[in-house]
Design a protein around this ligand. Structure first.
Ligand code: GTA
Length: 311
């Protein structure tokens, strides 16, 4: 089923045009040999939404325990690269179903999307309460990413079949759903997000004692739901919020320990259990504290800080 309201396509089998029709590579934005990921800027001549600029992320997926032995059974084709004594290196060409590349397409991609994935220098910012009010808040209000995809999830217009758990309370409830970045084929890179139903909570900076019931529900019910569905105990999970996030509608990241998820570094991730305790010990904690984060060179918010502060 496909709906045009909010650019929603709820059925992967929907009869829509190929998203990469006429693909032409414009630039490699970033590439990581370690993560086996490449971020591309391309043009598509006539995609499903007649778009032009596209960001395409290609990522080799982790091995799956249950299919890995099929790779090696029945004398698969191997090309010898090197043989020395007991050491042999080969190129294996597995069948397509064992050789998937996760492909994320953002189309139409804004200039901001293209810059987000571009390899850039990063700089640390120490944002005071005044900086937030004078610089960050006006910036967020003027030019943050669209959060239509969030509303589509909350309103069950997209990804409804992927919801793992929901607490439907409009104030203290949330939806728990696999993150965009997780293909759900193996729990070694498990990644879910909890998106709160309440609108208007932009980020950590908006949180007060009023939000403690919501935060506690996300922490406890999120852990329970993941244990039930994926048999992963809460003590194996990294549960955190980003500051700054890319999308200013409160959401919490659940990733499995051992998976080095992008954005889990100390200059960005705030553990939910710490956030709860900080608010309990000081209700004004996130309104008043200086918060530290990193910004990429090209980000408009960094330019604002440079204009208005001596950094
Ligand atoms: N289920 O439509 C969506 C959707 N969108 C648009 C974003 N997310 C979605 N999830 C679902 N459906 O974890 C997810 C994102 C992210 C969370 C928003 O919502 O995957 P955030 O507001 O804190 O923003 O979280 P964040 O973390 O900056 O966004 P994002 O996109 O994760 O980028 C962080 C870094 O991760 C990037 O700079 C890049 O290095 C890396 N990255 C992003 N996407 C991918 C990818 N597909 N594969 C590999 N690495 C990626």
């Amino acid at each position: 089923m496909r709906r045009d309201n909010g650019n929603v396509s709820t059925n992967a089998e929907a009869n829509v045009q190929h998203p990469l029709t006429g693909f032409e590579l414009k630039a490699v934005l970033r590439e990581s040999a370690r993560d086996k990921t490449i971020f591309l800027h391309g043009k598509v001549s006539s995609g499903s939404e007649n778009c032009n600029d596209a960001v395409i992320i290609l990522e080799k997926t982790p091995f799956q325990m249950d299919t890995v032995s099929s790779l090696l059974k029945n004398d698969p084709e191997l090309k010898l690269q090197l043989k020395n004594d007991i050491y042999g290196v080969y190129h294996l060409s597995p069948s397509p179903e064992l050789n998937e590349i996760k492909t994320t397409v953002i189309c139409p991609a804004s200039e901001k999307h293209i810059k987000k994935y571009l390899q850039q220098e990063v700089y640390v910012i120490h944002e005071t309460e005044d900086d937030y009010k004078a610089i960050t808040l006006p910036y967020i209000e003027s030019q943050s990413f669209s959060i239509q995809w969030v509303y589509n999830i909350l309103e069950k217009k997209a990804e409804a079949e992927r919801i793992v758990y929901e607490n439907p309370d409009p104030t203290n409830g949330f939806v728990l759903i696999p993150d965009f970045k997780w293909n759900q084929k193996q729990v070694e890179d498990l990644y879910l997000i909890a998106i709160c139903h309440q609108r208007g909570i932009r980020s950590l900076r908006d949180l007060t004692v009023d939000h403690l019931p919501l935060l506690k529900n996300i922490l406890e019910e999120g852990k329970e739901a993941i244990l039930k569905r994926y048999s992963i105990h809460g003590n194996k999970l990294r549960i955190y919020l980003h500051y700054q996030p890319s999308y200013y509608h409160l959401h919490v990241h659940f990733t499995v320990l051992g998976h080095d998820a992008p954005g889990s570094s100390v200059e960005r991730a705030h553990l939910l259990c710490d956030v709860i305790q900080n608010i309990e010990s000081n209700p004004q904690y996130y309104k008043t504290r200086t918060l530290t984060f990193a910004l990429r060179e090209d980000e408009a918010l960094l330019k604002k800080f440079k204009e208005l502060r001596d950094i």
